[in-house]
Design a protein. Structure first.
Length: 173
């Protein structure tokens, strides 16, 4: 019975990662197929637009002007290593740590979605474009959203849950 549960867990993780990657890639394909670079459609005036952006950097365009070797290391090699590490973390996360595992799964799925773009196109397709008053938030995509949600879950786990568990252990000692 233990192997069945373990196999179900592996299948569930694989399905979640696959669904996120597929949704990410389909939305990016729709944008590439229907928009010119920098073309935009206002969805909610002064708040939300669909805008086709080719991001050659990382978050907020960081590193887009780096030379070729640093860009390969920073945007291809390092993320592949991070994906391998995240897969190992998912595999080794203790039973019952579902929030932690979910955080790793979301981060891994998003990272793979953006890596597909980087290897196939040399840039990441971003298109979700928000404005908050005078502030324009850099465009992002489904993969970025997955990474961000996973990051928040990971922070919550580390700050609130694990610190509480550590405090309980210290009180018991």
């Amino acid at each position: 019975m233990k192997n069945i549960k373990a196999n179900f867990s592996v299948v569930l993780v694989a399905v979640i990662i696959s669904l996120i990657i597929v949704f990410d890639q389909i939305t990016k394909w729709v944008i590439r197929a229907n928009y010119l670079v920098h073309e935009s459609t206002k969805v909610i005036t002064d708040f939300f637009s669909i805008t086709y952006i080719r991001n050659t950097g990382a978050a907020f365009g960081f590193g887009s002007k780096f030379g070729e070797v640093p860009r390969i290391m920073l945007f291809k090699v390092l993320p592949v290593l991070a994906c391998l590490w995240l897969a190992w973390l998912i595999y080794t996360t203790p039973k019952g740590k579902n929030l932690l595992r979910t955080a790793y799964v979301l981060i891994l799925a998003g990272a793979i979605g953006n890596l597909i773009d980087r290897f196939y196109f040399g840039f990441v397709v971003d298109f979700l474009d928000f404005n908050f008053g005078f502030y324009h938030y850099p465009a992002f995509n489904v993969a970025d959203s997955s990474i961000t949600i996973g990051g928040f879950l990971l922070a919550y786990e580390l700050i609130f849950i694990q610190s509480k568990e550590l405090k309980v252990k210290q009180e018991e000692a």
